[in-house]
Design a protein around this ligand. Structure first.
Ligand code: IPE
Ligand code: IPE
Ligand code: MG
Length: 257
């Protein structure tokens, strides 16, 4: 894809190369498991944190591309509840890196109509990261300027999320606000961190691992899965567009014929 938006032809779709027979070729919501930073760093003969730093560059490029193509929600898995099990120096390095990236990207993202939201057990994150999150979430983008929401999953796991949702539903039942009959799929969805957001149509996982690693288990029930061997720091604009093209070729049946 070169040149991007066509000029002089306002009716032309901005990304004609993505057009397929399928009208719904641009997913509203794309979820990404950004994996392979450590292996990429090792390939370069560097420390793991070097890979995480380059991972931030890949996020920047993918976010920009997603917004340009018309994706409305991009949810990226940045740190799982299981990732606390890594060496302290790596965990500290990742936390500092994310806290810094949120602040350094805030102005550019806001200018491009991209707002940041955060999902996960945020109260257990280091203070400095919580402050960055607060600053980003307090930044308002008017509705007519809003292009995309970037959801960053931090200290997130799907089992944590579902357990937390069940606990809060239980508390509401105990308080007499709800009866068991009122527990529906919609009610459960409303108690998840992704409330109000459509389920992802497409999940991308980089680095060749074929698993979900505790990511969005409820929301991914009918999502198209796209796995690539590319390591996250090397995943950029072209790789993201290729994933969208592949999505455009899929036939989604939802159990029907
Ligand atoms: C993904 O890359 C980033 C995080 C999980 C924070 P990894 O750090 O998992 O890289 P690999 O999988 O070890 O190569
Ligand atoms: C999944 O990657 C979590 C994130 C991308 C933040 P991991 O590297 O932690 O997953 P596993 O351990 O290979 O399943
Ligand atoms: Mg990994």
């Amino acid at each position: 894809m070169r040149g991007g938006r066509r000029t002089g032809s306002p009716a032309a779709p901005p990304f004609p190369f993505l057009m397929t027979q399928n009208d719904n070729h641009i997913p509203q919501h794309v979820a990404v498991i950004m994996d392979g930073n450590g292996r990429w760093a090792r390939e370069q003969g560097e420390e793991r944190l070097y890979g995480h730093r380059h991972g931030v560059d890949a996020v920047r490029e993918v976010v920009r591309t997603a917004a340009e193509t018309g994706v409305r929600y991009l949810t990226v898995y940045a740190f799982s509840t299981e990732n606390w099990g890594r060496p302290e120096a790596e965990v500290d390095g990742i936390m500092t890196l994310i806290a810094g990236a949120i602040l350094s990207e805030l102005e550019t993202l806001t200018g491009a109509g991209i707002r940041m939201r955060f999902i996960g057990d945020l109260a257990s994150l280091p203070e400095v990261l919580q402050e960055s999150i607060h600053t980003a979430e307090a930044t308002v983008i008017p509705d007519d300027k809003l292009r995309m929401t970037l959801n960053v999953a931090l200290n997130y796991s799907a089992r944590w999320e579902l357990t937390d949702a069940m606990r809060r539903i239980g508390l509401r039942m105990k308080a007499g606000e709800l009866t068991p009959e009122e527990i529906t799929e919609e009610l459960i969805s409303e108690h998840l961190t992704t409330r109000g957001i459509p389920d992802p149509e497409l999940l991308i996982r980089t680095s060749g691992e074929l698993r979900l690693s505790n990511f969005l288990l409820w929301q991914l029930s009918y999502t198209e899965l796209y796995f690539t061997d590319t390591l996250w720091p090397e995943f950029g604009r072209e790789a993201f567009l290729e994933a969208l093209r592949e999505y455009g070729r899929r036939e989604r049946r939802f159990g029907r014929l």
